[in-house]
Design a protein around this ligand. Structure first.
Ligand code: ZN
Length: 210
């Protein structure tokens, strides 16, 4: 959901600009969350060109890019077959678990797997993953987040990032939540601001157009 520049300006006094202490976090850009997948978000593919713009900008500047992925064993506890709430999705090694083929992912991109244990599901990308350690290794203090929020994952990731004292910027023009109405979507983004997140668009970050 794209928020208007005015609505952003009224909520955010200062949008941090990315620098060498920043990292770009791509959340769950996997086939199963795009149309045709088992947990698909309608029209999720429309944000791919914008995502590629952010990736190119970080990549050209040599700033870290990390991609999270659901990476479930076939008997994962979140699946219906195990009395979980979701259909099978992002099974390790399956096509549904692969990143969308139209993404231009840089060589050297770090992949963070989550939900790898049959009995544990991670609601945030920080849970049961190496994300926090990797960000510490990079010396990251500002995290720019984009991606797909089919479940609560993106929201909980923002909550954890803020709790862990990262400056947390949500790139709203590169996020799809799957929420049905603009009002729901506005509420969703307002919740992220309440948690301490900052909302931003590509035009706020001085990112060159292709
Ligand atoms: Zn999952």
């Amino acid at each position: 959901m794209k928020l208007s520049k005015d609505s952003l300006a009224s909520r955010n006094n200062a949008i941090p600009q990315p620098d060498r202490h920043s990292a770009l976090l791509l959340v769950d850009l996997q086939n199963d969350f795009f149309p045709g997948g088992t947990l698909s978000i309608p029209e999720a593919e429309v944000i791919i060109p914008t995502i590629n713009r952010y990736i190119r900008h970080f990549s050209r500047n040599g700033w870290p890019i990390l991609a999270t992925r659901d990476w479930h064993p076939p008997n994962h506890c979140s699946f219906h077959e195990q009395q979980g709430p979701q259909p099978n999705h992002c099974v390790q090694g399956s096509r549904g678990a692969q990143f969308h083929s139209e993404l231009v992912l840089p060589p050297g991109m770090m992949v963070i797997s989550k939900g790898t244990h049959p009995k544990k599901d991670s609601s945030s990308c920080f849970e049961e993953s190496s994300l926090e350690e990797r960000l510490e290794d990079f010396g990251t203090n500002t995290l720019f987040i984009l991606g797909l929020g089919a479940s609560e994952c993106l929201k909980k990731t923002v909550a954890d990032a803020c709790r862990l004292k990262f400056k947390t910027v949500i790139l709203t023009d590169a996020v799809k939540t799957g929420l049905q109405t603009p009002a729901h979507s506005t509420d969703y983004f307002q919740d992220l601001v309440k948690m301490g997140g900052v909302l931003s668009l590509a035009e706020d970050l001085d990112i060159p157009t292709p």
